[in-house]
Design a protein around this ligand. Structure first.
Ligand code: UTP
Length: 416
């Protein structure tokens, strides 16, 4: 279908985004077509609203904050552990468990070229990619329980083709190819701090995936919830690609979530630095939620009952959802949050700029906004040395080096 440039021009002018056609006359026919097609699909109303609302964001004054109860893994007795593990293992053995890995992020902080899952760690003597580390864990669980866990991988428009090509090249790490499903999440344009949509090329608008909370809608849109139901999947583990210590088939966590009669389980780590910027779990107006660090007062961060801190549980993006919960969430329109990111763009003179600090807004949905649609969720506090080694930054905290150290330590402990 021919796209009418005049109507696009009008639309752009209406939303003050006329600069997107600055280089149009210099483009070749194919590039012109590409750009017009992309501009035609953008939801300018949504982007405009998100940008305008940035300034008007306020906290509801009547919101009541209360604590959300949690369990501590190391506090369970051997007997309790074994009961919970039995429950979890029986679900695993029924082939009623699936894994969803979120690998649609941009990984801007790490700065690796290509999908973050293809990033290789030097695990002496050999190198392993983040995807391979996860694939090995799935293979081990399959062998241990004599099962075949389906693996669903969320990618972005930007990295989907490269992700699939990587799996092909690596022969699916020996896993059954028919049991691995890639699905692409939604995306939104990135916008400069002063409200201009960015161009990544003179003929392309710079878009980014719209947050981990898009997982529900994207699974649904790709018909995967239906496919899970046909496979008789009852429980789904969800985590990011970058935590190389994530225990992707922990029967105790699964057993606890089921035994506690909740539809969602979430692992946490203890917030040791009371004043760090981490958000913590809480209840808002009685419903499970997260409390932003700007709202964590001195009183809340130090609040305790019987030596148990009430607001110190950090979300590590390690969740279990029942299939019903997943389906319910796929029908909820989750809100957008703003993240400041460093994004390459084309300036007014047509030059590609590589910023060295955040220069743009990215709008993202978060999984945790789904929690308030449930009366309760099960929180399980785990030891970060054993279960949390994310790779976010090129060096320092949460870097390849810090994660590799913990990973090697864990492998050593397991082999002893
Ligand atoms: P982060 O929020 O840490 O983002 O994602 P990121 O993209 O990896 O890195 P930065 O912030 O740009 O440096 C946590 C997990 O959620 C996934 C990521 O792939 C990672 O596994 N994610 C994030 C998505 O799948 N989609 C998104 O839109 C955002």
């Amino acid at each position: 279908m021919e796209i009418d440039i005049d109507s696009i021009q009008k639309k752009l002018n209406k939303y003050n985004q006329g600069h997107l056609l600055n280089f149009f006359e210099e483009l070749n026919t194919l590039q012109k077509k590409q750009l017009l097609q992309q501009l035609n699909t953008l939801d300018f109303d949504l982007i405009n609203n998100l940008y305008s609302n940035l300034k008007g964001f306020s906290i509801p004054s009547d919101e009541v904050i209360s604590p959300l109860d949690y369990y501590i893994k190391e506090d369970f007795s051997d007997e309790e552990k074994s009961e919970l593990i039995d429950i979890g293992e029986s679900i695993l053995k029924q082939n009623a468990y699936a894994i969803v890995t979120m690998a649609g992020g941009q990984g801007t902080r790490l700065g690796h070229k290509g999908p973050k899952g293809t990033f290789e760690l030097n695990l002496y003597p050999e190198k392993k990619s983040l995807f391979e580390i996860l694939a090995i864990k799935i293979t081990e669980a399959n062998e241990k329980y004599q099962i075949n866990i389906p693996w669903y991988i969320m990618t972005s428009e930007e990295n989907n083709a490269d992700t699939i090509a990587f799996f092909d090249k690596k022969n699916y790490f020996g896993l059954n190819k028919d049991n691995i499903f890639f699905f692409t999440q939604n995306h939104l344009p990135l916008i400069s701090f002063d409200g201009n949509i960015l161009l990544s090329e003179p003929y392309r608008v710079q878009e980014g995936s719209n947050g981990n909370g898009d997982i529900f809608e994207s699974l649904y849109n790709n018909n995967l919830i239906e496919i899970m139901k046909q496979k008789n999947i009852k429980w789904i583990f969800i985590s990011g690609i970058d935590n190389i210590l994530a225990d992707i088939s922990d029967p105790l966590f699964l057993g606890l979530t089921v035994n506690n009669n909740t539809q969602i389980g979430s692992k946490t780590i203890f917030k040791t630095d009371a004043y760090s910027k981490d958000w913590v779990f809480c209840r808002k107006n009685g419903k499970p939620s997260m409390l932003g660090y700007e709202r964590i007062t001195e009183e809340l961060t130090n609040a305790k009952i019987n030596d148990k801190y009430l607001y110190r549980e950090i979300n590590i993006l390690c969740h279990i959802f029942s299939i019903n919960a997943l389906e319910k969430c796929s029908k909820i329109d989750l809100p957008y949050h703003m993240a400041s990111k460093k994004n390459i763009y084309i300036n007014d003179e047509g030059m590609k700029i590589f910023p060295n600090k955040p220069n743009s807004y990215k709008f993202e949905k978060f999984i945790f906004d789904s929690f308030k649609f449930f009366d309760n969720i099960t929180l399980l506090r785990v030891n970060p040395e054993e279960e949390f080694a994310p790779i976010k930054n090129p060096e320092g905290v949460y870097s390849p080096m810090s994660a590799t150290k913990l990973y090697i330590k864990q492998q050593k402990n397991e082999n002893e």
